[in-house]
Design a protein around this ligand. Sequence first.
Ligand SMILES: [Zn+2]
Ligand SMILES: [Zn+2]
Length: 157
Amino acid sequence: MNVTFRCPACDQPAIAQFGPESAEIACCRCGVRFPVPQGCVTQKQVTQCLICPSTELFIRKDFPQVLGVAIVVLAAVISSVFWYLHMPWWTYGTLFAAAFIDLVLYILVGNQLQCYRCQAQYRGVPGLDNHEPFDLETHEKYRQQAARLASASKEIK
Ligand SMILES: [Zn+2]
Ligand SMILES: [Zn+2]
């Protein structure tokens, strides 16, 4: 299992390996160690975020958004060239092919677990089926909380 997160100490993106026996995880950038709360990683699933105290995690497709966008942009460029050359079937064919590739990739890629609060991403963890998919209301709750914290810390300064 591994977790990708923004280190609270050095504010850099970091990745760390962990298992059910891990008592702590370390930032690969600055070396700061975080204790892993007891019982939040079991053989069956991750029940609590290791980076922040949040217990609200959701499953999402481990699909690089950049790749999805790149396929769409590429298809748009190629199909407009065909359109310009008066080859309408190739135009539609390209768009269909792009949509198909996106769909196949979406089916092929696995799931990952993500924390609503700190956006840490967990890969290779068991029991993903026990988690809920993304919920906009929960996301909004954490987003507003983060916005309040940000404005509060600004007032202090
Ligand atoms: Zn760090
Ligand atoms: Zn978290």
